[in-house]
Design a protein around this ligand. Structure first.
Ligand SMILES: Cc1cc2nc3c(=O)[nH]c(=O)nc-3n(C[C@H](O)[C@H](O)[C@H](O)COP(=O)(O)OP(=O)(O)OC[C@H]3O[C@@H](n4cnc5c(N)ncnc54)[C@H](O)[C@@H]3O)c2cc1C
Ligand SMILES: NC(=O)c1ccc[n+]([C@@H]2O[C@H](COP(=O)([O-])OP(=O)(O)OC[C@H]3O[C@@H](n4cnc5c(N)ncnc54)[C@H](OP(=O)(O)O)[C@@H]3O)[C@@H](O)[C@H]2O)c1
Length: 257
């Protein structure tokens, strides 16, 4: 057997849940080091040529979840032209998988400035994953006044995690606002279009029943890099600034590719 590269450890697939023909959750067990909600690690496999192919994937569960931090969920979209994701989609219970021992990423609760009361989480596609992890973190309700989870997808079938969102809604009550956006179908109860224009025309705030504030809102933006760029531009147009450790701002982002 080829030697496992430094930083990767052996894990096992516990199960795969298919949401659509290309969107799936992979449940993996591996003895990884401590991580924080919102972080990502690597998943890796050997290809036909014997080369390691590894990519970053966010962990959907909080480290504190009931099954323990070594049991992780990853939400993945298979890109048929991609090298790794179609192989991950073929994995089944009991299959071997390789996992990064150490998670990384700065899209965590600790990085949010202390003045922020309203926490806005804007995602496209699989980037809802790290936001579920953050929102399910114990005792988050004492850290923020309001929570807005925005999930923008192409079709209604990709509006997943409805049960978990229902539980979050029960937990945070009227302080939790879920805004589904579907771009390629008209869906009752969901906004239609894209995040940047819905921010600029005020529809997103209206639907969230909450106003964005330069003094008390903080936004994480995650997913499609074009969405991240266009949303950042829209926020700048509205007078918000990118947050840097050395200079307080109102938003921060993570690109998925
Ligand atoms: C910090 C971070 C976290 C990530 N978390 C996740 C996650 O939780 N779930 C997930 O599915 N992916 C996630 N990704 C993307 C993932 O790492 C891979 O890039 C993706 O699965 C494609 O890998 P591939 O080998 O199949 O395709 P590749 O052979 O690498 O290339 C396929 C092409 O598809 C595009 N692409 C890459 N990723 C995506 C994507 N997610 N959606 C749409 N198009 C894409 C790119 O343009 C790329 O050129 C994350 C990436 C980063 C940087
Ligand atoms: N989801 C599918 O059914 C499907 C089918 C074939 C291939 N794929 C491949 O799978 C990958 C991931 O697909 P995905 O559907 O999860 O993610 P995606 O393509 O990023 O789409 C998710 C959401 O982001 C929106 N978006 C795209 N660009 C944006 C921008 N610049 N500003 C604001 N919003 C923007 C999309 O709107 P728009 O709809 O307006 O673009 C859509 O609502 C892609 O590589 C894609 O090529 C997906």
């Amino acid at each position: 057997m080829t030697e496992i590269p430094h930083g990767l450890i052996k894990g096992v697939v516990l199960k795969r849940h298919d949401w659509t023909d290309r969107l799936f959750s992979l449940f993996v067990e591996a003895p990884i080091n401590a991580y924080q909600a919102g972080q990502f690690t690597k998943l890796a496999l050997l290809n036909d040529k014997g080369d390691w192919v590894r990519r970053a994937y966010s962990i959907v569960n909080t480290p504190e979840h009931i099954e323990g931090r070594e049991r992780m969920e990853f939400l993945i979209i298979a890109d048929q032209k991609g090298e790794l994701s179609p192989c991950l989609q073929k994995l089944n219970s009991g299959d071997e998988i390789f996992v990064g021992k150490d998670a990384s990423g700065f899209m965590t609760i600790d990085e949010v400035p202390k003045n922020a009361d309203d926490f806005w989480l804007l995602s496209t596609g699989t980037a809802i994953g790290p936001f579920i992890s953050i929102l399910e973190t114990p005792e988050l309700e004492i850290r923020f006044k309001n929570f807005v989870l925005v999930h923008a997808v192409r079709t209604e079938s990709e509006l997943i995690y409805q049960q978990r969102i229902e539980q979050l809604s029960k937990r945070y009550n009227k302080r939790f606002h879920y805004v589904p956006i579907v771009s390629r179908e008209y869906v009752s109860g969901a906004l239609c279009g894209r995040i940047p224009s819905l921010l600029l025309n005020g529809e997103l705030e209206k639907r969230a029943e909450l106003q964005l504030s330069k003094t008390s809102s903080f936004l994480y933006i995650c997913g499609n890099p074009n969405m991240v760029k266009d949303t950042s531009d829209a926020l700048k147009e509205l007078g918000f600034e990118k947050h840097l450790r050395r200079k307080l701002g109102q938003f921060s982002s993570e690109n998925y590719w």
